[in-house]
Design a binder for this molecule. Structure first.
Ligand SMILES: Cc1cc2nc3c(=O)[nH]c(=O)nc-3n(C[C@H](O)[C@H](O)[C@H](O)COP(=O)(O)O)c2cc1C
Length: 193
């Protein structure tokens, strides 16, 4: 497999900013059913094995997952504060849920579940997101089985088709645009910031 050309600057940024816990926090924008944008922070969970897909996890009851069933596309915005650079990655998003068929998908979902901390896994046992919270609302406190993903647990895979990399350092700043042709080849252009 040839690695996409934007992987090396992104991996370099991840490495150079590794001391900052928020270097793995990314903003993900999706499109709501009514066409309005929705944006939130999620944690980058690494690249999928053997391809350039970026992995994330979420709850199938969440609005983002519902939106992705209708419009399976998103854009990530990722700022690395130590090296002062931004990556915007656009592409289709695949949701791997408990009902996604084919063994390799479920294997990937199980692997993602296993990499989570007890606290992160526990959140998938909480009551339905965004419903009214009352004094009676019960939040589970016993961590779930690390070998058995919660039925609410989903993997999200974003397959970039365009990557916009802006480096603030330098005068003038530097900006590159990577675009993937339908057959899969990448082009890289140096563009004005
Ligand atoms: C630092 C941080 C990390 C987060 N990581 C995740 C995550 O990995 N997955 C996730 O679904 N939500 C994560 N969230 C919560 C989301 O930002 C969001 O509030 C929640 O998923 C509901 O979003 P939605 O209603 O758009 O689906 C995180 C929030 C913060 C502040």
């Amino acid at each position: 497999m040839t690695i996409a050309p934007w992987r090396s600057p992104l991996s370099r940024a991840l490495h150079r900013n590794r001391a900052l816990p928020n270097a793995r926090y990314v903003q993900l924008a999706t499109v709501r059913l009514d066409g309005t944008p929705a944006n939130r922070t999620i944690v980058f969970r690494g690249f999928a094995q053997g391809c350039d897909d970026l992995q994330f996890v979420s709850d199938r009851r969440s609005e983002k997952v519902q939106d992705l069933h209708h419009q399976p596309i998103g854009e990530l915005c990722w700022y690395f504060s130590k090296t002062r650079e931004q990556f915007r990655l656009l592409g289709p998003i695949t949701v791997i849920s408990a009902t996604t068929e084919a063994e390799p998908w479920q294997q990937q979902r199980h692997q993602l579940w296993q990499t989570l901390s007890d606290n992160a896994r526990l959140q998938f046992c909480w009551p339905h997101p965004k419903q009214q919270r009352t004094n009676e609302t019960l939040f589970a406190t016993v961590p779930p089985n690390p070998m058995q993903p919660s039925p609410h647990f989903c993997g999200l895979l974003l397959q970039p088709t365009q990557v916009d990399h802006l480096e603030l350092r330098g005068d003038p700043q530097n900006r590159w645009l990577y675009q993937r042709a339908p057959e899969g080849d990448w082009t890289r252009q140096t563009i004005n910031p």
